[in-house]
Design a protein around this ligand. Structure first.
Ligand SMILES: [Zn+2]
Length: 418
């Protein structure tokens, strides 16, 4: 026997509306708990992008509400329902705040999708109602911020106008006529359903804002949405854009969270919300200029240090650069070699990892091979790199390896040069 779908009735607004009496018509013991079938139910089962209702049956928590074919099953814990049998009368209570939240997000989605396609020709292909985020995917490579703002304003105007939301059920021959009036044509299965075609309409019947086939739960009046806010958009799968939005209490919570984040930024920048963007842009530009100036200074310092050391004319040298980016390392090596072509060099720099350059001087002994020496030095430190007999470079994954690498290089060059 199929369950009478009380959840398709009028919207729930008061706690009393959320209670109902029913009789257990089937009891199934399953691994995940006891699945109960009722003769009638106010619990909306998971479906159509909307999560199920939760609540209680005779005080026992309902963990999940599933639809399996024509059957609707309420999943409860084993322990509580141990003695439950077919024929037991039960009192059900739907968790009203959860249902209200779902009705708001879901009805808000109808409204947003309707406005986007009517005013901007942007069609919705799917809807997701998550615990925190609600999203729709629309057919567009991108949706301009101006379009999103316009759609948001139009949605809130409809909410302020408290436009009615009504539900119709069409049967038999009337199904095809009704289908012609909808925003999106239902699939063949929905059109052939024995239960008929359920149509949700936003706005006055004489000039509806939207008509769509839907089995979900909705508010009775758009005023009950409170407000709708679009939180952002991002590129979805090919040719689609995902738009995030929130309705009702979720909208207020989302705006609150953004205001709190903005307050943090203002506090850090020592400015007010109106100036925060300009102040942040100014700081970013300043930091970028300073980074460029620092790079120039590092290059100059590397050049000066290399010139000074090259003038000493040592046959070989192991040197660790104290402050330098990777570019200064190359500058140092190039300056050193051109000033002192005969001198061999092992150059190190430790930052997040240790960078290493080995250069064979023209006056080095035959046995000196830069690439081979680099491999020997890096091998115990699991480093990577390579090069030729004259020049090689590589890195060791840790900065801590620098001291050991420098000591090993000193010892090896000492041997090579006798
Ligand atoms: Zn709906």
């Amino acid at each position: 026997m199929s369950t009478e779908r009380l959840f398709e009735g009028p919207p729930l607004t008061r706690v009393d509306d959320a209670r109902f009496e029913a009789t257990v018509t089937a009891v199934e013991r399953r691994a995940e708990g006891v699945a109960l079938e009722l003769d009638r139910s106010l619990f909306y089962p998971t479906g159509g992008g909307q999560p199920c209702d939760l609540g209680t049956l005779d005080g026992l928590a309902v963990r999940d509400v599933l639809e399996e074919g024509e059957r609707q099953l309420h999943l409860v814990a084993d322990e509580g329902a141990a003695g439950w049998e077919v024929g037991r009368p039960v009192v059900g209570a739907v968790d009203l705040p959860r249902r209200r939240d779902h009705m708001q997000q879901h009805s808000g989605q109808h409204l947003l999708s309707a406005v986007l396609v009517r005013e901007h020709g942007v069609a919705t292909v799917s809807f997701h109602l998550g615990r925190e985020l609600c999203t729709i995917d629309v057919v567009a490579d991108a949706v301009a911020p101006a379009v999103l703002k316009d759609a948001e304003a139009r949605c809130n105007a409809a909410i302020q106008a408290c436009l009615p939301v009504s539900v119709e059920l069409h049967q038999g021959a009337a199904v095809e006529d009704a289908a012609q009036t909808l925003r999106k044509r239902p699939d063949a299965k929905a059109l052939a359903s024995e239960r008929g075609l359920r149509v949700v309409q936003l706005g006055d019947p004489s000039a509806p804002l939207d008509r769509d086939a839907c089995c979900g739960t909705h508010v009775g009046n758009l005023g009950q949405l409170g407000s709708l806010v679009i939180l952002g958009s991002e590129r979805g799968r090919k040719g689609h854009t995902r738009i995030q939005f929130a309705v009702g209490e979720r909208a207020v919570a989302a705006i609150r969270a953004r205001l709190d984040a903005l307050d943090e930024v203002c506090l850090a920048l020592n400015t007010g919300p109106a100036d925060a963007g300009e102040r942040a842009r100014g700081l970013v530009a300043q930091v970028s200029e300073q980074a460029k100036a620092l790079k120039r200074l590092e290059q100059d310092a590397a050049r000066a240090e290399a010139t000074r050391l090259a003038a000493e004319g040592s046959p070989w040298r192991v040197h660790t650069l104290a402050v330098a980016g990777p570019k200064a390392l190359t500058t140092f090596a190039q300056t050193y070699v051109s000033a002192h072509p005969g001198g061999s060099l092992v150059l190190l720099h430790a930052a997040e990892r240790t960078s290493l350059v080995v250069r064979r001087g023209d006056a080095a002994p035959e046995a000196f091979d830069a690439a081979q020496l680099l491999r020997e030095l890096l091998e115990p430190h699991h480093g990577k790199g390579g090069g030729s007999r004259d020049f090689a470079q590589g890195t060791a994954p840790s900065a801590a390896a620098a001291a050991a690498l420098a000591a090993a290089a000193e010892a090896r060059l000492g041997e090579l040069f006798g």
